[in-house]
Design a protein around this ligand. Sequence first.
Ligand code: PLP
Length: 251
Amino acid sequence: MSDYTNSTGSANNADLAAQIGKSLQKVREQINSLATKHKRAPGDITLLAVSKTKPIEAIRAAIAAGQHAFGENYPDEAIEKIRTVHTEMGMDKSEWHFIGAIQSRKARALAQNFSWVHSVDRLKVAKKLSEHRPPDLPPLNICLQVNIDNEPTKSGVLEDELTSLAAECAALPGLQLRGLMAIPAPQENFDAQRAAFARLRTCLNDLKATHTGLDTLSMGMSGDLEAAIAEGATIVRVGTAIFGARAPKQP
Ligand SMILES: *Cc1c(COP(=O)(O)O)cnc(C)c1O
């Protein structure tokens, strides 16, 4: 996979746009064929283009290639991009999903700027998101992030605590609980990847017994797309396969 993050100048931007258009088409084709292979309707799987650390030119190119939903991890960087895109193209060309770790002091800004937050894992944050959701906007769509492998340092609610957190979040007026999200521990083995996603699917099915409107399983990234689609992903979050490798994080 080539890294085309270092674009400067308009010639390079044209290359970048062509490259992103091609990559997007490839990922869409891959999703469609995996859906068919696993007896899923391709239309039931939304591609979330994860654009964290990528420049605004990359997002413009993706929108020009028909991409609608974008995922971002860092609030300040994301909000600057969202404002630019909304100003340039209006509100309805793009939809913004927050998928990163949530600091509660950023909850207000997230509630004001995003349509979705996939990474809700505690009540304190859920309450702030609800409280600060502007009344002229529809409720904020949320997924609860589940720590599906019980990893000690990972974000996400543990399965044991999921039922009560879901009930508490469902009662908050500014939020619409849509489903669950997970980032399983990396596994090379396809069956091991599937097993983690199957556990998340089971968690969602269990919640459906007591909640309505749960239609979302946000799972699967560039490296484990097939396992996620096989187990019922409705939103796949793909960064690298669309935009190229990200620069390593600064220490
Ligand atoms: C970065 C990120 C992705 C995209 O990962 P890729 O491996 O680049 O496809 C997906 N989900 C979350 C939560 C992320 O932080």
